[in-house]
Ligand binder design. Structure first.
Ligand code: ZN
Length: 152
């Protein structure tokens, strides 16, 4: 886990400083908002899905370093994948950051996303790390209602 911890720090710093795909996507056909009132994270996720493939993915909004890095890395890792793969990775990512599954089992599936396994050690941060993912998931399902980590 030592190596992963270093990677975690590196990924958070890098993606927070230079978030990837950080813009509005005008041609998106799946859009959803996500809010984490506990931390103040708030993002909109845009996807362009064609023939069941995520052609483009982008996001905008603001929040803490972890939420932004997670959204940024999600956007780079999911682009070009099928909706089915995206759903599978979402499930694995969710299990790993909540500590439900061991990251070592899924290193191959997660690739660089494995860096976020470190979040499992900080339960209060889990919602930050998964916010963009929940919004992305809701967008793919047609999400009209904003996703919130808390019942409002
Ligand atoms: Zn946060």
């Amino acid at each position: 886990m030592e190596g992963l911890r270093d990677l975690y720090q590196e990924v958070i710093l890098d993606h927070n400083k230079k978030p990837r795909n950080y813009h509005k996507l005008e041609k998106a056909n799946c859009v959803a908002e996500g809010r984490n009132p506990l931390c103040g994270d708030h993002y909109t996720i845009y996807l362009l899905v064609e023939n069941d493939i995520v052609k483009e993915i982008a996001f905008e909004g603001s929040g803490c370093a972890i939420s932004k890095a997670s959204a940024s890395m999600m956007s780079t890792e999911l682009k070009g994948r099928t909706v089915e793969e995206v759903n599978r990775i979402f499930e694995i990512f969710h299990k790993v950051v909540t500590g439900e599954a061991n990251v070592m089992t899924y290193l191959e599936d997660l690739g660089k996303l494995a860096a976020f396994a470190g979040v499992a050690e900080f339960p209060v941060r889990v919602k930050c790390a998964t916010l963009a993912w929940h919004a992305m998931h809701s967008a793919l399902q047609g999400g009209e209602k904003p996703v919130s980590t808390e019942l409002e």
